[in-house]
Design a protein around this ligand. Structure first.
Ligand SMILES: *Cc1c(COP(=O)(O)O)cnc(C)c1O
Length: 480
């Protein structure tokens, strides 16, 4: 009995409302009146509580389980930052725009301004806008800023260069802004090679977009050289900083030549990624791009924080109000809570954990790019594929063992990729248990590869059409 309607028994009740003492209205249009009572489920309070509690336990979350979904940084986020967001819950987003409201919104504007300063310091940029609502939205904002820069200079630009390991949102964002894409194949050492990059460059290139560490979890040792080459063609360098968890306090993209960066606060800074919840993708820029930043820009004046809205060179607004404010409160609280030393330790521990995972599993899964990794490691199930067992089958095995599977089939350049990101918040014991289960999967692929076809066996539903499961959900009650 999955649906509360199926548990309905005529006459059973969970609540009793007092008799209405509100006089009946006689002015409602007749076509709006209900002709028959609503068909609500008739269930007891206990059955209702059990029903919803059991449904909630089918959710998978970091609060209940290990969640090594590569590139998503599903770390545990301390409850203290949630509490901080709650402190601001009552403030209306229109407050700063109301007459006299600016004065009452000084705390919130100061928080946004302070967060921008902190993120600029962490990334080595000159100013940060906190408006964009997600990573991909930040990318689009960043590429629009780059386009505005070139337009203002009279540059004729047509292309954006990306490596073939890039996150799909990179070429998609550049294409949405109107650029054509040039893709550079990954070198055998797992990164974009400066000579291949140089060969693709011309005066028509607007920007190069790089993720560093890239989606193989590797840090490109040639980024400064690549930035220098790009700048010699007046192309700008865009840093996809979605996965900043690997480098905080270790390297500042602005110091090695990048001009624009976006961050995912909903990965590294206090909010989990995924689940369709709110996100935030602030964009940092170097000085030459400040004139184009979205409005309203929060500026600090002698009398307090003010909103700058009249800027004819701005790309305009990119989000309603001030973006996803609650996510920013959590990020600010997270940064203040950890401080400089804490953020550095986060990155060190995240990288250590990923390398531990890589070293322990190397004997069981192929590792196509066998180098010291950063925050995540990428295996290939190619050895298991020889037995007919694919990355997807291993993912289903893990579900039955109580784990959210790692990211699979991404990055695209690794056959049957299995991308594991343990994050800094997981203990050695948790990682050891997961490693043991990954080893069991590799052993089962040798001894009984046919067994995978029936997995997962413990879930309410087994194998779904993954595209339709996400895009054509049937969320109706029984009978429709
Ligand atoms: C997650 C991610 C993005 C996109 O972020 P969204 O908030 O999901 O739009 C972009 N690039 C990389 C490398 C990522 O890991």
């Amino acid at each position: 009995m999955n649906l509360i309607y199926e548990q309905s028994v005529a006459g059973r009740r969970g609540v009793r409302l007092p008799a209405s003492d509100v006089p009946a209205a006689d002015s409602l249009p007749v076509e709006l009146l209900r002709c028959e009572p609503a068909e609500l489920p008739q269930v007891s309070e206990l059955d209702t509580v059990r029903h919803f509690t059991n449904l909630s336990r089918r959710n998978y979350s970091v609060d209940t389980h290990f969640y090594p979904l590569g590139s998503c940084t599903m770390k545990y986020n301390v409850k203290a930052v949630e509490n901080a967001a709650g402190l601001f819950a009552a403030e209306h987003p229109l407050l700063p725009l109301l007459p006299g409201g600016l004065e009452h919104a000084q705390g919130s504007l100061g928080l946004l301004h302070g967060l921008g300063l902190a993120l600029a310091e962490i990334t080595g940029m000159d100013e940060v806008t906190t408006q964009p609502l997600a990573g991909a939205h930040g990318e689009m904002t960043g590429i629009m800023l780059i386009a505005a820069y070139h337009r203002a200079k009279g540059n004729k630009k047509r292309y954006v260069v990306v490596p073939d390991s890039s996150h799909g949102t990179n070429p998609a964002s550049a294409a949405m802004v109107g650029y054509e894409i040039i893709t550079i194949p990954t070198a055998p050492y797992g990164d974009m090679d400066p000579e291949l990059f140089r060969a693709a460059m011309s005066d028509q290139v607007a920007a190069v977009m790089m993720t560093c560490p890239n989606t193989l979890g590797l840090f490109n040792p040639h980024i400064r050289e690549i930035c220098d080459i790009a700048h010699s063609f007046d192309a700008l360098c865009y840093y996809d900083g979605a996965n900043l968890n690997a480098i905080m306090g270790k390297v500042r993209p602005g110091d090695v030549g990048f001009d624009v960066i976006h961050l995912n606060l909903h990965k590294t800074f206090g909010t989990p990624h995924g689940g369709g919840g709110p996100g935030s993708g602030p964009v940092g820029v170097k000085e030459a791009l400040i004139p184009f930043l979205p409005v309203p820009r929060i500026v600090k004046k002698d009398a307090g924080f003010a909103l700058e809205t009249d800027n004819s060179t701005s790309i305009g607004r990119t989000a309603n109000f001030f973006g996803n404010f609650g996510v920013m409160v959590k990020a600010y609280a997270y940064i203040l809570l950890l401080g400089r030393e804490g953020l550095i330790r986060v990155s060190e521990q995240a990288v250590l954990n990923a390398n531990y995972m890589m070293a322990r599993l190397k004997g069981y899964y192929d590792l196509p790019y066998d180098f010291t990794c950063m925050h995540e490691c990428v295996f290939s199930a190619s050895r298991q594929v020889k037995q007919g067992v694919h990355a997807l089958d291993i993912a289903k095995f893990l579900i039955d063992k109580g784990y959210h599977p790692p990211t699979i089939y991404f990055p695209l350049i690794v056959k049957d990729a299995i991308m594991i990101e343990p994050t800094e918040t997981e203990s050695r014991e948790t990682m050891d248990l997961f490693i043991q289960v990954m080893i069991e999967a590799a052993e089962l692929a040798e001894s009984d590869p046919g067994a995978f076809a029936a997995l997962p066996a413990t879930m309410p539903v087994s194998r779904l059409d993954e595209t339709r499961a996400a895009r054509s959900q049937n969320v109706c009650f029984a009978g429709c």
